[in-house]
Design a protein around this ligand. Structure first.
Ligand SMILES: Cc1ncc(C[n+]2csc(CCOP(=O)(O)OP(=O)(O)O)c2C)c(N)n1
Length: 687
């Protein structure tokens, strides 16, 4: 009689596997056809390895970044069957309060792993997991939290997920930095209907990674209890001992369709039969009957679990529907207070509120780059959880020099270069913030945030999607915009409107050094994800230089600055256009009320509307293209809310819908010029 692997509570393994199976049965046979579960994902065939893994993740800072096939792992990590049903039924008691798909989970630790908020995008789970792993190391080595020493991060995905950018980005980060993270690939041969040979040559990612440096590899059956148990234990222990990172490939069958509506027509009959031959349920029964319990004991357990699952189903069905009145809550920290996990506030850390009055001690004016550098420097000194990173940010000090000397001063663990992957930079930052740090990544130029789009979206919506269980406040510095001497389609993009359209992001767009200090510091001490735009034309512009307003200076978001007041015309702008608007306004013989919004999200609606009520005429100027630019939002708000006060059309002046050109004359023809701003003001004043 074989010995049961001693690392596991096999009774619990059986219970969780039977629970998962009974839930899939009920959902497939009744709840999905009846419409109670609108979107069904079965884990049938995948259960064993997941449940075994869940039992090993018992250190206080262990984390798992899982995917939609991971419900057995969730049950093993403490999610109840009622909660799991409630998730599928989108009820109030679901882990997202009915906001997200039933298998898109999140869960603060219940004595086992913290389950990082999942996303629906395949592959997006990988880079936050390596961020968590890097945060473990940071907290142990830099913050002295030795009790976290052997904690690890794990991340699960299917054979299709190994083709994604996120997988490769995370693998690069994990192996170059030798992070304590285990990649678990549940290889079921298919990504919906696409066979795995299209995901990796030959179909076996573990074989293909054999030559990858700094990576331990294990692979084998995910359905044979003795073999799977030995593999999972070996892998987890090796990562805990610091031998990681590693990749564990478990071969499993997907015994149901990809999701509720998939009938698997693309699989041959023999293939289906072969897959059922690898069902882990009878294999587990054979492993346990005669060792842990007898045949009658097994049957009794099956029946007991079935009864429990039926009760859980009824309890979930009886749960209330979520209240539509709450649906806009939890986009921002201010909506519901700190999350249970993620950011500093969740760990009870309160940073000084700062002083909204500038207190310069030196009248000399610094440029915007120096303003950013000084603010990062003081906040690094104030907050030991703050980290600054990105491409060329470390030794070189950034291609825009904003981080010059910071690595020397604060050390390589806190100010560092990253691999060239924007998805990796932002996804890692998300994982670090979830682990209680304040990451401040730099994206080298606005255009190069493109590869990070998925991670930016998911970071922004994370608090809302988890109904405030988790938050991921990060501050992303993004230089961009036209240069004073040169522009081009790659380095001169602003496109701030797409960030404004990204749910959950605060967006700052300072025009000068003083505002840069106040807004950046406010973001760094805040609890929401923030995009901080650094305009290339303003970085060293004489106009933008100001005295340093002090180490405690903050500007609350959503408060515009009035550069001039007047009754004749309201001029609304931000970023580099503020300078041009001010120069243009000087040349006009009228009383212009010039408003620098300073932040796009939130924008100071009240200041703009009050001004328009007074002047009755408004011109909005921005350098991003006019087509669906942020000016359209402002114009629509004015038209809707103060229409009766208007004495002329709501005018917008912005770039035509083309990229910024390389040739200087062409560039100046695209970016709104002082002359053009002046002539638009003149026309509107004469209207
Ligand atoms: C970025 C992205 N592209 C496409 C999809 C649609 N989609 C959902 S699951 C899936 C297949 C994933 O297969 P695999 O990673 O092998 O996991 P399995 O479902 O087999 O467990 C696809 C294409 C998605 N969710 N995200």
């Amino acid at each position: 009689m074989p010995e049961l692997h001693p690392a596991f509570d096999w009774h619990l393994v059986a219970r969780h596997l039977l629970t998962s199976r009974a839930m899939d049965d009920m959902e497939e046979a009744e709840l999905y056809p009846q419409g109670h579960v609108p979107y069904q994902f079965s884990a049938r065939g995948h259960e064993l390895g997941q449940i075994l893994l869940s039992q090993l993740l018992n250190r206080p800072f262990d984390a798992a970044s899982v995917y939609y096939r991971s419900r057995p792992f969730m049950l093993g990590s403490g999610l109840t069957a009622e909660e799991a049903f409630a998730c599928g039924m989108a009820r109030q008691g679901s882990v997202s309060a009915g906001r997200d798909v039933g298998v898109v989970f999140n869960m603060p630790s219940r004595g086992r792993a913290t389950v990082l908020p999942m996303s629906g995008d395949v592959g997006s789970q990988f880079t936050p997991a390596v961020g968590w792993a890097q945060a473990i190391r940071y907290r142990v080595e830099q913050l002295g939290e030795s009790e976290l020493e052997d904690s690890i991060a794990t991340v699960c995905g299917g054979d299709g997920s190994v083709a994604t950018n996120g997988f490769w980005s995370a693998l690069t980060i994990a192996t170059t930095l030798r992070l304590p993270v285990l990649f678990v690939i549940e290889d079921n041969d298919y990504a919906i209907s696409v066979r795995k040979k299209l995901q990796t040559p030959g179909g076996n990612i573990a074989d293909n990674l054999a030559a990858f440096q700094n990576l331990c590899i294990w692979q084998g059956s995910g359905t044979e209890p003795a073999e799977t148990a030995a593999l999972v234990v070996e892998a987890v222990e090796a990562i805990r001992r610091g031998e990681g990172p590693g990749l564990l490939r478990l071969r499993v069958p997907r015994l149901s369709g990809h999701s509720g509506h998939d009938n698997q027509s693309y699989k041959l009959e023999e293939e289906l039969q072969e897959e059922w031959g690898r069902d882990p349920l009878p294999a587990l029964k054979a492993y346990l009957v005669g060792t842990l319990l007898d045949e009658a004991g097994w049957e009794a357990l099956v029946e007991e679990v079935r009864q429990e699952v039926m009760q859980a189903r009824e309890a979930a069905l009886a749960q209330p529907q979520p209240d539509p009145a709450d649906i806009t809550r939890y986009v921002w920290a201010s909506d519901g207070g700190s999350a249970q996990r993620g950011g500093l506030a969740a760990e009870g850390i309160v940073l000084p509120a700062g002083n909204p009055a500038p207190q310069p001690t030196d009248p000399r004016r610094i440029n915007m780059i120096e303003a950013v550098r000084r603010t990062l420097d003081t906040e690094l000194a104030l907050n030991p959880r703050l980290l600054v990173f990105g491409e060329d940010v470390g030794e070189k000090g950034g291609v825009h020099t904003a981080t010059m000397e910071l690595q020397k001063k604060h050390g390589e663990a806190r100010v560092f270069d990253t691999s060239l992957s924007e998805e990796g930079i932002i996804g890692r930052a998300t994982g670090m913030a979830l682990a209680g740090l304040m990451p401040v990544p730099e994206i080298q130029f606005r255009k190069y945030a493109d590869p990070a789009t998925e991670q930016l979206h998911n970071c922004g919506t994370l608090r809302w999607r988890t109904a405030n269980r988790f938050a991921s406040p990060i501050v992303v510095r993004v230089p961009g915009g036209f240069g004073r001497k040169v522009g081009d389609p790659w380095h001169s993009v602003t496109d701030e409107v797409s960030f404004a359209h990204d749910v959950g992001w605060r967006v700052a767009f300072p025009s000068n050094a003083e505002d840069a200090v106040g807004l950046l510091r406010s973001a760094l001490r805040g609890d929401d994800p923030t995009l901080f735009f650094e305009h290339r034309a303003q970085m060293d512009a004489a106009w933008a230089r100001r005295p340093y307003p002090g180490d405690d200076y903050v500007i609350p978001f959503g408060q515009a600055r009035f550069l001039s007041t007047g009754d004749d015309l309201t001029l609304v702008t931000w970023g580099a256009m503020v300078e041009r608007c001010e120069l243009a306004a000087r040349e006009v013989d009228a009383a212009i009320e010039l408003i620098d919004l300073r932040t796009i999200i939130p924008w100071d609606k009240e200041a703009v509307l009050e001004s328009v009520k007074k002047t009755s005429k408004v011109l909005i100027v921005h350098e991003d293209i006019g087509l669906a630019g942020f000016g359209a939002e402002i114009a629509a708000t004015i038209a809707q809310e103060v229409f009766m006060y208007l004495d002329g059309p709501v005018e917008r002046l912005a770039a035509p819908a083309v990229p910024i050109p390389f040739n200087y004359e062409l560039m100046e023809a695209v970016v709104p010029s002082i002359a053009l701003i002046r002539s638009h003001m003149g026309q509107l004043l004469a209207f």
